[in-house]
Design a protein around this ligand. Sequence first.
Ligand SMILES: [Zn+2]
Length: 123
Amino acid sequence: MLCEKCKADVPEEEMFQFGGQKLCEDCYIEIMSRPKPCDPGAVSAAKAARELQGHKGTKGLTPIQKKIYDYLKKKGSVQREELAEYMNMTLDELQGHFAVLRHCELARGFKEDNKYYFTLMDK
Ligand SMILES: [Zn+2]
């Protein structure tokens, strides 16, 4: 069989499938090792670490992070200052806890009319 990229003649059992193409081992490795334009390393590392520990969804969050999550769940989207007040912490402290939720793809922040809001990640 011919590799669809470099046209090398390779036995079928040595071909690799990638994105609907049949490739030889060299081309496959080259594609797989290519640097990705967007590196979601931080997110996948956080997710992988949690999954390794058997944590999925909100399990494995600290009580503070869980409280933020529950509040967002109840309120929908919440202005950053309101959430900081509710949590009785500074914006910097809140941002630190929120970063974990964001890394685990549970919540996200957005800006509207020059105000920052937090909300849960759309399912
Ligand atoms: Zn090839």
